[in-house]
Design a protein around this ligand. Sequence first.
Ligand code: SAH
Length: 257
Amino acid sequence: MSRALQAGELVLLADRKGRHYMVTLAEGREFHFHAGSVDHDALIGGTEGMQVRTSRNAELTVWRPTLCDYVLKMPRGAQVVYPKDSAAILMQADVFPGARVFESGVGSGALSLSLLRAGAEVLGYEIREDFAQRAVENVMGFLGSEAADRFQVEVRDCYQGIDIDGLDRVVLDLPEPWQVVPHAAASMLPGGILVAYTPSIVQAVQLREACQSGPWASASTVEILHRDWHIKGDAVRPEHRMVGHTGFVTTARRLAD
Ligand code: SAH
């Protein structure tokens, strides 16, 4: 049974050209855009997947946003990790329900959302208070209070150390991840997995070097290439444009002492 759309819920309104608008449903409110308006009351009580007409007779399809939709539309402080990379990070880090995951920096909370949704308990250090707050708001906005209870963010510099023990996973997205490697080794359980996302290969190399002088093995560095395809009639080919680069994902596992 599909659940009816309720006031207070987020919906994504998609037009025929593939443009998406994210809206929080509220009784008595109207959504306006260049192709007319729609009353929220016409959506509340409906089901996702339904199609409605605007005041100017444009068609809109109503969906609950996916995590990917939400991350690309949510307010950002810091640059977010893109969904193709978050997906790879979840798998490389082998995140499981109940895993104790340390994350730093937390930034806008895009990666935190993926970790939390995979069931992890996320303990984050973020050096900027405004970003830490924004991340908590972004997490609440999509996953609600159940996930927020599994998300603790402290305003701290993780280069100075990690005051947490028994970590299963450490996930890093900050400029100098190699500074965190000794702290991660001290705070992680044997078999634990460290994953770091770095825009530059020079950062990845420096991180790999830091791992060589500690209790680490099974190191790897990958980049994820994501290419869309255009499929229309006989025209079946890769899209002309693609995002050429985002970052590298480096992984290592903690050895036993
Ligand atoms: N992964 C995040 C984006 C992180 S951007 C997302 O997907 O939304 C990098 C973040 O690291 C920034 O917010 C920055 O403030 C934070 N940062 C940089 N150095 C740090 C440090 N030493 N300790 C904690 N956070 C740090």
